[in-house]
Design a binder for this molecule. Structure first.
Ligand SMILES: [Fe+2]
Length: 386
C-alpha cells in the first residue's frame, strides 16, 4: 500500500486563464453587485495602458469607480492605509486590482483594513483576520508573484524596516483574470526577475515541510514550464505563446506555494526588501542557488527530482555531484538570463549582513524550510551572494 499522505488542505480562488480574461472584470464586478469599485494600480501599469483599458471597460458597463495608484514596489503600510482611507471616503464596496504583486498585496491590505478597521500592521501572522474583505477581482500583469491566487499579503513596515507577512484564506481574491497579454509590456529585467521569483516559489514549495501530493504536482510542472519558456519570453516579449507559458508556470507555482508555503530564499528576500527596499524578484534570483546549496542535504531526493525536471541527468550520481550539478545549472540559467548581479551591486555592504540575518531568522517562511539555519548560516549565505 502506498504511504498515506499527511492531512493537507488546498485553497485556490476561481480563476480564468487565457487571452481575453482581463476583459471580464466589469462583468464580474456586476455579478458581485459593485456600486462603486476601487481600482488599485500603479504608475507603470497606467503608463502601459492596462489601467486605462480597465477603466474604459468599467465606464462602458456603467460601473462607478475611484482610482488609487499611490503605491511603490514593496508596498508600504502607509500606502495601504492611504488606499483604505480612499476606499472608505468614496464608499467603495468592491476592489479591482490591475498590476503586479505589489499592487495586489496593497489591494489585499486595503481590503483587510476596510472590513476589520485598525491598522494593517495589526494583522501580521497566520489567520489573524476576523472578517473577510470586500469582493476582490485581480488582473495580474506579471508572471511571478501569483499574489492573485495566494493566501499571502506582504507589506513593508517602514518604521521597523521589515516586511510583514499576512497569511489567511480571507486574502485569497474572489476571482483572478489571468491573461498573458499584459505581460507583453513588461521590460526585459522585470520579465526575468518575476520569472525567477516564480521559479523560487516552485523550488521552495516542492521542498517545503508542508508540501502535499497536490502542491507537488503544481510545483514540478511550474519548474518545467518556466524552464521551457522564460528565456524565450525574455528574448521575444511579444511572443504570446511564450508569455502564456510563463504565466501558467507562475500560476502553478503560486498554487503550490500558497498551500505549501515557502522557505529560506523568501525569508532572506523579505529581509532584503524590508531593510533596503530591493525588488523582490531580483532578491530571489540572487539567492536561490546559494540556498539550494545549503538546503540540498536535507531534501536530496526532492532536489534531484527538480534537477531531472530541469533536464539534468541526476541518475547514477552521488548526492554531492547532484548538488553541484543543480547549483551550476542555476548559475548558468541566471547568466543566460542576464541576472547575475551581486548583492553589493544593489547597495548591500558587509556591514548590513548581521542586521539582514537577524531579520530573516524571524520570517515565518523559515518554518517550512527543510533545514533549520542559524543566524550565522544566513549571514554566510548573504555573504556568498555579496
Ligand atoms: Fe516571491
Amino acid at each position: 500500500m502506498a504511504d498515506i499522505p499527511e492531512l493537507r488542505k488546498f485553497v485556490a480562488p476561481e480563476f480564468l486563464f487565457g487571452l481575453g480574461a482581463r476583459k471580464l472584470s466589469a462583468r464580474y464586478a456586476k455579478n458581485f453587485g459593485a456600486s462603486q469599485a476601487l481600482v488599485v494600480t500603479d504608475p507603470g501599469i497606467i503608463a502601459a495602458g492596462w489601467a486605462g483599458e480597465l477603466i474604459e471597460d468599467l465606464e462602458a458597463a456603467g460601473i462607478p469607480y475611484r482610482l488609487f495608484s499611490d503605491l511603490t514596489p514593496n508596498p508600504k503600510a502607509a500606502e495601504v492605509m492611504a488606499g483604505a482611507a480612499v476606499y472608505e471616503q468614496e464608499r467603495c464596496d468592491t476592489i479591482i486590482v490591475v498590476g503586479g504583486g505589489s499592487a495586489i498585496d496593497c489591494a489585499k491590505g486595503i481590503g483587510i483594513v476596510s472590513s476589520n478597521g485598525g491598522h494593517i500592521l495589526d494583522f501580521e501572522g497566520v489567520d489573524r483576520i476576523a472578517r473577510p474583505g470586500p469582493p476582490m477581482i485581480c488582473i495580474p500583469t506579471t508572471a511571478g508573484s501569483s499574489a492573485d491566487v495566494s493566501q499571502f499579503a506582504i507589506i513593508t513596515d517602514t518604521d521597523r524596516r521589515v516586511k510583514i507577512a499576512i497569511i489567511s484564506k480571507t486574502v485569497v481574491p474572489d476571482v483572478s483574470l489571468i491573461d498573458p497579454l499584459p505581460l507583453t509590456t513588461m521590460p526585459r529585467e522585470l520579465t526575468v526577475n518575476t520569472g525567477m521569483d516564480a521559479l523560487a516559489h516552485a523550488f521552495e514549495s516542492y521542498v517545503s515541510n508542508a508540501h502535499s501530493p497536490v502542491t507537488d504536482l503544481f510545483a514540478l510542472e511550474a519548474v518545467r514550464l518556466l524552464k521551457a519558456h522564460l528565456a524565450a519570453a525574455m528574448d521575444r516579449p511579444d511572443d504570446i505563446d511564450r508569455r502564456a507559458g510563463t504565466m501558467l508556470g507562475s500560476l502553478y507555482a503560486g498554487l503550490a506555494f500558497s498551500n505549501a508555503s515557502l522557505g529560506l530564499v523568501h525569508a532572506m528576500a523579505h529581509s532584503l526588501g524590508g531593510y533596503l527596499d530591493i525588488p523582490h524578484g531580483e532578491c530571489n534570483a540572487l539567492l536561490l542557488s546559494a540556498v539550494v546549496g545549503f538546503n540540498f542535504a536535507a531534501a536530496p531526493e526532492r532536489y534531484a527530482t527538480i534537477g531531472e525536471v530541469l533536464g539534468l541527468t541526476m541518475g547514477g550520481l552521488g548526492a554531492a555531484e547532484q548538488k553541484a550539478l543543480l547549483v551550476e545549472s542555476l548559475h548558468e540559467m541566471k547568466k543566460s538570463l542576464g541576472t547575475d548581479r551581486r548583492l553589493s551591486q544593489l547597495g548591500v555592504t558587509p556591514g548590513h549582513l548581521a542586521d539582514l540575518a537577524a531579520k530573516a531568522i524571524n520570517d515565518p517562511c523559515l518554518a517550512t524550510n527543510p533545514r533549520r539555519p542559524t543566524r550565522g548560516d544566513i549571514e554566510q549565505l548573504y555573504a556568498q551572494a555579496l
